[in-house]
Design a protein around this ligand. Structure first.
Ligand SMILES: CC(C)(COP(=O)(O)OP(=O)(O)OC[C@H]1O[C@@H](n2cnc3c(N)ncnc32)[C@H](O)[C@@H]1OP(=O)(O)O)[C@@H](O)C(=O)NCCC(=O)NCCS
Length: 214
C-alpha cells in the first residue's frame, strides 16, 4: 500500500469525491467489489447478485450507499443501513429477485446453495443484528489501484455522518478476528474499536467493531 500523504492534501481531496450512489453506479460498484474482494463468498455469488444486493441497499429507506469518484470513475464505495433488522426483512422480501440473480451461479456451482441459505437466514436469529438506532456497515471497498490515498477513510467518515443523520447512535460491522490484520488495522485507524467477539459461520471467530455515530 502506498505511504501516506501530507496533512490537508489528499484526505481533503478524497472527502470531496464522496457522493450518494445512484442506480447508474451499481455496475461500477459490483466491479470494485469483485476487484477488492477477489476470494470472497459474495464475489463468488456473481455480478448480477452483487448488483441486486446493492440495489436493495439503495432502495431501503435506511440504506446508506456512498461512492467515491475519481476522474469520472467509481474508485470505492461504502454500503450499509440504519435500522438493520428492517433491511434484512426487506432482503427476505426480495427472495425471488435475489434467487433469479443467483441462478447462473447456482447452476454452475450447486454446492454453494448451503452457504447461500445460511447467509439468507442471517437476521432470522442466526447472528445478532443491531438495534433500530444502529447502522450496519455491510461492506467498504476501494479499487486496489486507488488504495492508501485516504479514500477508505473518507468513505467511512461519510458513512458515519450519514448514519448519524439517519438516526444511528453507532455504526457497527463484523469481520474475522483471525488472520485479518490489514482489515482490523484499517478499522482501528479510522476510529472503530472491538465491542465483542463471537463465533460465526463454520466456527469462524468474528469481531464486532463499533464507532459512535454522533
Ligand atoms: C480496507 C480498505 C477499504 C482501505 O481503503 P484505503 O483507501 O486503502 O484506506 P485509507 O488510505 O483511507 O487508509 C485509512 C487509514 O487506515 C490505515 N490502514 C489502511 N490499511 C491498513 C493496514 N493494513 N494496517 C493498518 N492500518 C491500515 C491507513 O494507514 C490510514 O490511516 P492514517 O490515515 O492514519 O494513515 C481497502 O484496502 C480495501 O478495499 N480492501 C479490500 C476490501 C476490504 O477488505 N474491505 C474491508 C472489509 S468489508
Amino acid at each position: 500500500m502506498p505511504s501516506h500523504r501530507e496533512p490537508g492534501g489528499e484526505p481533503a481531496a478524497a472527502a470531496k469525491g464522496c457522493r450518494t450512489a445512484t442506480p447508474a453506479d451499481l455496475p461500477a460498484i459490483a466491479v470494485v467489489h469483485r476487484a477488492a474482494f477477489p476470494d470472497f463468498f459474495t464475489t463468488e455469488l456473481g455480478p448480477s447478485f452483487l448488483r441486486a444486493y446493492y440495489r436493495a441497499v439503495l432502495e431501503y429507506a435506511g440504506g446508506v450507499l456512498v461512492v467515491h469518484e475519481a476522474d469520472g470513475a467509481v474508485s470505492g464505495f461504502a454500503a450499509g443501513f440504519c435500522a438493520p433488522e428492517g433491511f434484512y426483512q426487506e432482503l427476505r422480501g426480495r427472495k425471488l429477485q435475489l434467487a433469479a440473480a443467483l441462478l447462473p451461479t447456482v447452476l454452475r456451482r450447486p454446492r454453494m446453495l448451503r452457504r447461500i441459505v445460511h447467509n439468507f437466514r442471517r437476521g432470522a436469529g442466526d447472528e445478532p443484528v443491531g438495534p433500530s438506532d444502529s447502522s450496519e456497515l455491510s461492506s467498504i471497498a476501494v479499487a486496489p489501484a486507488q488504495g492508501g490515498r485516504g479514500i477508505g477513510r473518507a468513505l467511512i467518515e461519510e458513512f458515519v455522518r450519514r448514519s448519524g443523520e439517519g438516526g444511528a447512535r453507532y455504526v457497527y460491522l463484523t469481520t474475522d478476528a483471525d488472520a485479518n490484520e490489514p482489515v482490523i488495522g484499517f478499522y482501528e485507524a479510522v476510529g472503530f474499536t472491538v465491542h465483542h467477539t463471537f463465533e460465526g459461520y463454520a466456527g469462524r471467530r468474528m469481531h464486532e467493531f463499533r464507532r459512535e455515530g454522533r
